[in-house]
Design a protein. Structure first.
Ligand code: ZN
Length: 379
């Protein structure tokens, strides 16, 4: 087959993190073609304002798809139970699919300035977290799922994956793009309201923060913080949330950040830290964006590279292949070995951070070519 090198092609494949990790398991041609055909380019039903890229938003963003309970559900002990029943939480058919947006939506969000002052996680080094060494030797593991969304797409929600985590009572962290939160308001509020989950910042439109500079780079971070705060306010204002809003509120803002494409430089590391966020990468790559990936290979990768304090990267926006299926084997296997599932913030509290000056996928320098391939990365 011919490898297409057009700038939009790679993004259309749904590339996030992990194709590179597959390179050892398959030829590069197979890896490139792995996601072909998985991304239906359907015209957008919500046409964005093409002239509003640099101007402040003058119109409300998309209407939320809200369907929480009108009053608190009886016996609820947290916001999730108070506002949504099992039927509302369950993944819906077709929800996993992504669709294209033409023209791309580069509009800023309705609110662009987070109210929360930086400094939520002191002391934060301007380095990238790879894993944590638990001080008490405890077998801890942080599963993380990226919710990536660029300007020219609306990505999905992997309901089966989230349902599986909930069914097993597993704590996990979701790195949500700001625009993903905007286009999935109800799912975002459900993730926020779930006491087992934590939301981190995954940039506004999946920008490559090693290429973006100045305000364009900083907006990727800031707008996402602001969108989280907007939806948190919206969640707490729901009538069903009222009795528990004071005692069970989610954190005021995300505390950790994941670089799209796993790429950073000194300027972007400094900007993330200045925003009060901990830069978080991983030490185990599932490779789940590659269509050729299998559940068995994901399980094998995690189990063979596992150590206490590991951070695993996978995807929850429907671009992960067999991720949920792998979890159904992985979770019992990890529990059997005595592992406990924690969020990234919980992991950071439990040990000493293992950090790196550079951002890389598996070894230093392995993602430098992404700058040429993806440019600004936002599409
Ligand atoms: Zn991503």
């Amino acid at each position: 087959m011919t490898i297409d090198t057009r700038p939009g092609f790679w993004q259309a494949l749904g590339f996030c993190i992990g194709l590179l990790a597959m390179a050892g398991a398959m030829s590069s041609e197979t890896a490139v073609g792995a996601d072909e055909g998985s991304y239906p380019l359907i015209a957008a039903t919500v046409p964005p304002d093409p002239g509003a890229t640099a101007a402040p938003a003058t119109q409300p963003t998309r209407q939320p798809d809200l369907a929480p309970a009108p009053v608190p559900r009886p016996g609820a002990t947290n916001l999730l139970e108070a506002c949504w029943g099992p039927q509302d939480l369950r993944g819906r058919p077709g929800e996993r699919k992504s669709r294209g947006l033409r023209p791309p939506d580069h509009r800023p969000p309705e609110y662009q300035d987070p109210e929360t002052p930086p400094g939520a996680m002191p002391p934060v080094p301007a380095r990238s977290l790879r894993s944590v060494t638990p001080t008490k030797g405890e077998k801890l593991i942080a599963l993380t799922f990226d919710l990536c969304e660029q300007a020219d797409e609306i990505t999905g929600y992997d309901g089966e994956l989230v349902d599986t985590l909930r069914a097993h009572g597993v704590n996990a962290t979701f790195y949500a793009g700001g625009k993903w939160m905007q286009s999935h308001p109800e799912r975002t509020m459900q993730l926020m309201a779930d006491p087992r989950f934590e939301l981190g910042n995954h940039a506004w439109t999946h920008g490559n923060l090693r290429v973006l500079q100045g305000a364009e780079m900083e907006n990727q971070i800031r707008w996402t913080q602001a969108e989280y705060e907007r939806l948190r306010d919206q969640l707490l204002a729901l009538p069903c949330a009222a009795p528990l809003a004071a005692s069970k509120a989610p954190p005021r803002s995300p505390r950790t950040f994941r670089f799209p494409y796993g790429t950073c430089n000194k300027e972007s590391l400094d900007a993330v830290v200045a925003a009060g966020l901990y830069p978080v990468q991983w030490n185990i790559v599932t490779g789940d964006p590659a269509k050729g990936q299998t559940a068995a290979r994901i399980v094998n990768t995690v189990m063979s590279q596992l150590k206490p304090g590991s951070i695993v990267v996978a995807h929850g926006n429907g671009r992960g292949w067999h991720t949920a299926e792998a979890l159904k084997t992985l979770i019992p296997a990890l529990l059997k070995q005595g592992y406990r599932f924690v969020t990234v913030s919980e992991l950071l509290q439990a040990g000493n951070p293992v950090t790196a000056e550079q951002c890389y996928e598996v070894r230093e320098g392995d993602n430098l070519r992404y700058d040429k391939l993806f440019g600004k990365g936002t599409q």
